[in-house]
Ligand binder design. Structure first.
Ligand code: PHE
Length: 337
């Protein structure tokens, strides 16, 4: 193909799906596409013809870009039409004038409100986090298998990152859990402490009905004198009854996290949970803060003790509303939202 036929192909092509669009685009401008071949051919032209050929190619590139954009807009309109049956005109006044919070935001607010009532304060931390806050300070050493289990997404060490206050030799990652906020909160505040930290977390997970590479967690941390497993069980029992109703039963199962000792997984059982009624369902991880974590932040572990817990917000929302596919939260299908 020469550049004229490439343009004609682009103009006459009418892909109707994203997949078809990608194929159509790849054929014209992909790594093995027609335009790439033309560009490779420039080298074979006599030197005096090259500048003009280069200019012509740049011109075509621009035209192609705007054609591709038009095609995408058409496809997006098709997609919206498929979802709603009629095209969307965003300028039309809505029938129901109020917007709605995303279901995950609603659940997050519900969770933080339950804890706010019993004195927990919301804390936050960055999503781009240094390994120290997310792993080292939480007693997860360099060679610990938990580092693999976390399936961490790492930034290249040399990367300059706009407004992240990055120290030269630090390894940055996307935080794999909200437990990093425990460390930040303890470094900022002397004990006693009571925080709840909702936020986004990231893992190198393959997306399916129950996994997402990006999801939300809510972390709790309580530090005081003489805190026991009893206190932990009590607060989680209260939390889950507020959320799922008074019929909920809970049980703690021994587990392992490097930052808590002892560690538990908490299961809950409820007669009102649709298909999952009256079954033990795992819902969160928790435990008594490991003294090594207090050492990381300079809390005296002979004086202070505490508990921590972390739960997935999507998981809670799915159980609350009987949703069976986590992807629904991110597809922005208005019928679902
Ligand atoms: N951070 C753990 C996870 O992501 C959950 C957890 C938090 C466990 C706090 C114990 C204490 O799986």
């Amino acid at each position: 193909m020469n550049i004229d036929t490439i343009l004609i192909e682009a103009k006459t092509g009418r892909p109707t799906t994203r997949a078809a669009f990608e194929a159509y685009k790849a054929k014209l401008v992909g790594a093995n596409g027609a335009l790439t071949q033309v560009i490779k051919g420039i080298g074979k032209l006599p030197p005096e013809e090259r500048p003009a050929a280069g200019q012509a190619i740049n011109q075509v590139k621009k035209e192609l870009e705007s054609i591709f954009n038009e095609r995408l807009v058409e496809i997006e309109a098709q997609e919206r039409k498929a979802v709603l049956g009629t095209p969307v005109d965003p300028n039309l006044p809505t029938r129901d004038k109020r917007g709605r919070l995303h279901p995950l935001t609603q659940v997050r607010n519900q969770l933080t409100e339950i804890f706010a009532k019993i004195g927990f304060v919301v804390a936050e931390g960055p999503e781009i986090e240094s390994e120290w806050y997310c792993l080292d300070a939480l007693n997860i050493p360099q060679d610990h298998p938990a580092r693999d289990a976390q399936d961490t997404l790492y930034f290249p060490k040399q990367l300059k990152m706009g407004n992240v206050n990055k120290k030269a030799d630090e390894q940055y990652i996307l935080r794999t859990h909200t437990s990093s906020v425990q460390i930040r909160a303890m470094l900022k505040n002397p004990p006693p402490l009571r925080i709840i930290a909702p936020g986004r977390v990231f893992r190198r997970d393959t997306v399916d009905a129950t996994h997402s590479a990006c999801f939300h967690q809510i972390e709790g941390l309580y530090v005081d004198k003489g805190v026991t497993v009893c206190d932990l069980k009590d607060v989680l029992d209260h939390f889950l009854k507020e959320l799922f109703g008074n019929k909920v039963e809970i049980r703690l199962r021994p587990s392992f996290f490097p930052f808590t000792e002892p560690s538990f997984e908490l299961d809950l059982k409820s007669p009102h949970m649709g298909a999952l009624s009256n079954q033990w369902i795992e819902i969160l991880g928790c435990g008594i803060v490991d003294p090594a974590v207090f050492d990381s932040v300079g809390y005296d572990s002979h004086v202070w003790s505490g508990y921590a817990f972390g739960a997935g917000i999507e998981r809670i929302a799915m159980l609350l509303y009987g949703i069976d596919d986590v992807r629904l939260f991110y597809q922005n299908d208005l019928r679902f939202l």
